[in-house]
Design a binder for this molecule. Structure first.
Ligand SMILES: Cc1cc2nc3c(=O)[nH]c(=O)nc-3n(C[C@H](O)[C@H](O)[C@H](O)COP(=O)(O)OP(=O)(O)OC[C@H]3O[C@@H](n4cnc5c(N)ncnc54)[C@H](O)[C@@H]3O)c2cc1C
Length: 488
């Protein structure tokens, strides 16, 4: 969708016959919502879930039983606190409801999306990628030629495997059986409240979460192959029995919509690029879902590679811009995995606590406050810290731009998505320069960006400050900066 909306000719192949029927990636955090807003689908995604602002995360023996640890209550207060900072909002839609929206928008902008179609193999050369596709319905094989290949093919990524790219990290943590089921559970959780319960009781360890589809829920049960157990040891009757215990409903008759094994793991690919092939989403890193960050990180990876590929394909940037994808997104992945792993230990596996579990930088810092270190940023001397508290964004290059309302009445969020934008103090004469970027006046908000009355700040299409100056307008300098950050 992000490629198509930027005018790139794009073909998507998916071997399943439809978008995901699994609700797993639930919730869109503020950074994801910024990108969905640029993609033109934020309103639709926000409209899906009509939860009240209550969001509960608890570690419990059972949903109505003893509370072992309360992690989040009154989430709505936190929402309000960050509204000024991140006005794109929060989504609560689950993956099965989000994907059709993204699909429709991608197709509307010309993407060729083919379901029941498998990427069987591919080869690359200096000029492009040749892929062999198989139509799983007709059995027809087809060869296609593309400039680039984006491997969004999930945790087991056949593309990553074919390229022989290893993964590092904590590795496998636990094995779970995931169950998507329909049931009326209003007696344990009112429908307008979003709830996530980690279940620890003598019968099993697991989790329960409701989804943005009313009456549809997700349940997860840990099982133990190391003790000789297998997925086959959990027929529907045993699953139902454990659900009755976890949900405190002795006569529960769930309608099981889907079930399957999945591995809780923390792994990051050692390389995210191989020539003309880029790994994104779970193909590039897999994180425990404790924190709701995996699907969000996948969307953010997708936005990042899309704006960079679009700039290169349209001839606005040199191919060196594509080298910035891996260092920027791999650090994002590390922050997300550290946060999720820490949460996993706290919520589901206290026995793993210890020095091997990295201290996370903080949830909000991990999603919004990361430093971007690459040739697409002209850094200032700094202390090397990986993150900045988003409440203290200062306009320093490499970090997300502070959010302000400009004298034009626009939010900064509304001006950076379409392309590069120069935000300038009122007295520097920057508006008289034509360097091929959009211009906006900061009016009297120049201090928020640290540029003084005469300076300017250059924002990338992802809202990251690429460069700033306190000096007056200088066309040659600005053009030189653009050449550097665009690898031209
Ligand atoms: C139980 C659970 C709960 C989760 N909860 C959350 C949450 O609350 N919030 C959150 O943000 N994230 C969550 N996640 C993580 C999230 O679901 C993933 O990070 C996200 O789905 C990754 O998206 P992706 O597109 O990279 O991979 P996937 O969604 O796995 O998609 C990859 C696709 O590639 C297709 N494919 C693979 N190989 C080929 C091929 N050769 N040809 C054609 N198609 C192919 C597959 O069929 C698949 O549809 C959760 C995960 C789990 C398991």
């Amino acid at each position: 969708m992000f490629l198509a909306t930027r005018g790139v000719d794009v073909l998507v192949v998916e071997r399943h016959e439809s978008t995901s029927i699994h609700p797993r990636a639930s919730g869109q955090h503020p950074r994801t919502m910024e990108f969905l807003r640029i993609g033109g689908v934020a309103d639709e995604v926000l409209a899906i879930a009509d939860w009240s602002s209550d969001f509960t995360i608890k570690v419990v023996e059972s949903v109505r039983g003893r509370v072992i640890h309360s992690i989040v209550e009154n989430f709505g207060d936190f929402h309000k606190e960050i509204e000024q900072l991140a006005p794109a909002g929060w989504g609560s839609a689950s993956q099965d409801q989000t994907e059709p929206i993204l699909l429709a928008q991608a197709r509307k902008h010309g993407a060729d999306v083919r379901f029941s179609t498998e990427l069987v193999s591919f080869d690359q050369d200096a000029d492009g990628v040749t892929a062999q596709l198989l139509d799983l319905v007709s059995g027809r094989a087809q060869e296609v030629r593309a400039s680039y290949l984006v491997a969004a093919d999930g945790n087991r990524s056949p593309v990553r495997e074919r390229l022989g790219i290893p993964r590092s990290g904590f590795g496998g943590l636990a094995n779970h059986i995931g169950v998507v089921f329909d049931a009326d559970l209003t007696e344990v959780l009112p429908e307008d409240i979003q709830g996530l319960y980690y279940l620890q009781n003598p019968a099993f360890t697991g989790a329960y979460v409701n989804t943005s589809v009313r009456g549809r829920h997700l349940f997860s049960i840990e099982y133990h192959p190391e003790n000789g157990e297998s997925y086959a040891d959990y027929p529907d009757a045993r699953i139902t029995e454990l659900m009755r215990i976890g949900l405190d409903i002795p006569d529960l008759e769930p309608e099981i919509v889907w079930k399957g094994p999945w591995e809780m793991a923390a792994r990051i690919a050692d390389r995210w690029r191989d020539g003309r092939v880029f790994l994104v989403g779970d193909a590039a890193k897999v994180t425990p879902p404790t924190g709701g960050l995996g699907g969000n990180a996948a969307v953010c990876d997708g936005f990042d590679i899309a704006w960079k590929l679009a700039a290169v394909v349209h001839g606005q940037a040199g191919s060196g811009l594509l080298d910035t994808y891996e260092p920027e997104r791999k650090l994002a992945a590390q922050l997300v995995v550290d946060e999720s792993l820490f949460n996993y230990v706290q919520r589901m596996a206290p026995h793993l606590a210890g020095p091997d579990i990295p201290e996370p930088v903080g949830w909000f810092e991990a999603i919004m406050g990361m430093r971007h270190t690459s040739s697409a940023v002209i850094a200032e001397p700094n202390d090397g810290s990986l993150v900045m508290n988003p409440f203290q964004f200062s306009g320093e290059p490499g970090f997300h731009a502070p959010h302000v309302v400009l004298p034009s009445g626009e939010s900064t969020l509304d001006v950076w998505g379409a392309g590069w934008v120069l935000l300038a103090g009122p007295d520097g004469g920057w508006d008289e320069i034509d360097a091929g970027v959009q211009y906006r006046s900061l009016g009297d908000q120049y201090d928020r960006f640290g540029v003084g009355r005469e300076g300017a700040s250059l924002l990338r299409p992802d809202g990251i400050v690429a460069w700033r100056t306190t000096s007056k307008a200088d066309e040659a300098t600005l053009k030189n900066v653009l050449r550097q950050v665009l690898s031209c």
